[in-house]
Design a protein around this ligand. Structure first.
Ligand SMILES: [Zn+2]
Length: 338
């Protein structure tokens, strides 16, 4: 199942933000699936449009600090968004941001972010019901307890799992994060939580691991919080990626079967990705399809409901990664893979 509200057409550029998270990644993927010879006529069997969930402040407070949430719901919002999207450089100038080009105010971007969180919750619901759901949004894995980071204001992954736990729908969950960047926020937010196990396979160096582990005052940088299973891949080790992921899944398999898995399925390990900070990982389209089939089949064979999120994917080509996987996954879901 695909969860995608195709009535929403806002990209970051409509807010004056020049980060290459392009609307084309959802539009091209959806167009590809819609015009697919076999899947196209069956669209009613795989497309869910309305985002019906709503997110309350209490949902956010299970994960983020009260001070931080207060800032987001007050005049402090704009400053937090500017920090999280790194829109002002050290010299105090706008960086990849031009408010004059904005069609909408940043406050509306926060409404969109709340919609994304709602979509993540709903995709987990659908996964519990149908076994598989891929949301065309979500995966904001860098957001920390008291601040946003790396384009992630709220950690939708942990918010969704805690909401489902509070509602008694799941007790335990796995987060399998295959985005190019480490799932640092998710690791930090769940470090003392035995109900959520995290696996992250990511670039060994570079953002968010390029800072100091401790600041000059001796405070620990939460980005260095270990996941339950971390798989760092160094520059040039792309050919080891699939075997290392398999080893990681084997380690995860020694834990009790969870009620739900959330897969943070970023396309940014792709060699055609255009974000400079993903340059250390250069997987081919074939390797990425192997990655996606590995996580999917691993979870399916164990009858674990799986909710996939789009996460990172930058530039004109990343849609190819999603389309290649979803063509196969939807065919499998509809019983059409031989
Ligand atoms: Zn990423």
């Amino acid at each position: 199942m695909i969860l995608y509200d195709d009535s929403r057409k806002e990209g970051l550029i409509e807010f004056g933000i020049e980060i290459p998270v392009l609307l084309s990644r959802v539009l091209n993927t959806f167009d590809f699936l819609k015009s697919h010879e076999i899947l196209g006529p069956k669209i009613d069997q795989w497309h869910i449009r309305p985002i019906e969930e709503t997110i309350s402040r209490d949902d956010l407070l299970r994960v983020h600090s009260a001070d931080y949430i207060e800032k987001l719901f007050s005049a402090g919002l704009e400053k937090e968004i500017i920090k999280t999207f790194e829109l002002i450089d050290e010299a105090g100038n706008y960086h990849r941001y031009d408010p004059n080009n904005a069609v909408f105010p940043l406050s509306r971007l926060f409404d969109r972010i709340l919609d994304i969180v709602a979509g993540t919750v709903q995709s987990c619901w659908v996964a519990l019901d149908k076994g598989f759901c891929f949301a065309f949004s979500g995966g904001m894995h860098h957001a920390q307890h008291a601040y946003g980071a790396g384009f992630c204001v709220l950690n939708d992954i942990v918010i969704a799992i805690r909401k489902l736990q509070a509602e008694g729908l799941v007790r335990t969950a796995w987060v399998i994060d295959v985005d190019a960047h480490k799932g640092d926020g998710t690791a930090a937010l769940t470090k003392d939580d035995d109900t959520i196990a995290t696996l992250s396979i990511h670039m060994a160096n570079g953002w968010p691991l390029d800072g100091a582990e401790y600041d000059p005052q001796g405070n620990f940088n939460p980005s260095f919080t270990p996941s339950d299973i971390d798989i760092p891949i160094a520059r040039g080790e792309d050919d080891l990626y699939i075997a290392r992921l398999q080893e990681g899944l084997d380690r995860l398999d020694r834990r009790p079967r969870p009620d739900l898995a959330v897969v943070v399925s970023g396309a940014d390990p792709y060699h055609k990705d255009e974000l400079p900070s993903t340059g250390d990982m250069k997987l081919s389209l074939a390797q990425l399809k192997e990655r996606d089939l590995l996580t999917y089949n691993f979870l399916k064979e164990r009858h674990i409901p799986r909710a996939y999120l789009m996460a990172g994917g930058y530039g004109e080509s990343c849609w190819e990664v999603y389309a290649r996987f979803l063509e196969w996954a939807l065919m499998d879901n509809l019983g059409l893979v031989k």
